[in-house]
Design a protein around this ligand. Sequence first.
Ligand SMILES: [Zn+2]
Length: 407
Amino acid sequence: MSAAAICPITAGETRSATALHIEAGEHLIAAYAARSSGPTLIVIAGMHGNEGAGVRALQQLAFLLQPLQDQLLGRVYLIAGNTRALRKGVRFIDHDLNRAWTSANLDSSGRSFRERSVEGHELTEIDQLIDQILVTAQDEVYILDLHSTSAGGRPFATVGDTIRNRRFAQKFPVRLLLGIEEQLDGTMLEYLNNAGAVTLGFEGGRHGSPSTIDNHVAMTWLALVHADVLSADLVPDYDHQKRRLEAWSTAGRILEVRYREPVMPGDGFVMDQGFTNFDPVDSGQIVARNNRGPISAPESGMILMPLYQKLGEDGFFIIRTVAPFWLWLSGVVRNLRLPAVVHMLPGVSRCPDHPETLLVNTHIARFLPLQVFHLLGFRKRRWSGNRLVVSRRRHDTDSPFKRTDGR
Ligand SMILES: [Zn+2]
């Protein structure tokens, strides 16, 4: 399918390469779709409208990719997220677009949300655009989602915990954070990951900082190479792009989320001043306040994404380094397809309608530590009576897009 079928502009045509100029509802910044048989890379920026740095980066890249389009080995789509919020420079207008990708909003029961709210329109437009890209994919689909944060600190990538996502993410010389999307409901990447794409989020730095744009540009060049869409020797100053991002040694490069501080409207949440990403915190240390009093860190680790802006549902996260042995072990057991048979254990049963969800009777299965489920990729968990409900992502090890006809 050519890009012309999904947007009035044709493949290879670009919008402005310099100014942040976005029309409401015009999501496609550029598309290079001539080589339809190769892998697809979709890069999205500005899902939050106050994060214009990613959109500026994609506008620059659209300009830079134009002379290279004949040498692309697959399809590339550069997409702007919440266009109406980007025009106003606000995180969102009615709802957080990056929490709106729920089945309730996307199926027939979500019609009122889709028709009556600003983000409902945005959701419909982006979903239709991406859907048309996915249904015409003939090889692996990679999705990179560019964000920025209100606090300072080095960039990092967020990885939904599937083996395919991990394999892609580990090619990038940045710190990797596992499991953050599993803490949140309705993120775009979780939805698209469950649709079968390999997904990677990237927090490129502080909102509005010029270096954040450069980080996004570097990350996207590397994504083009690691998705096998562009040869590294065609990237302008590839080594420089890599060096820009690689500020971390291998030790402590992979982290996981241990805790999320939820923020509800009217909570009066205020983060204590001075925290930046990856600052160490001790268990019991007071880090924020709300209407009910001081808020302390529930465990020791590092602080991530402390909320220093008005809008947001996540006050801060506590993260910790993951031991390389643990990662290796979980890769081994998941490649052995052990998650597919774990429901045979006593006290564990499969949810009839959702094969990726398990019901655990904790009276019977109490000898199974939570970490076992974690190891097998069941990162989402909630309680229902005395039963623990754990679920994992679909498409952990196999791609639904890759042809199996021997090509
Ligand atoms: Zn964001």
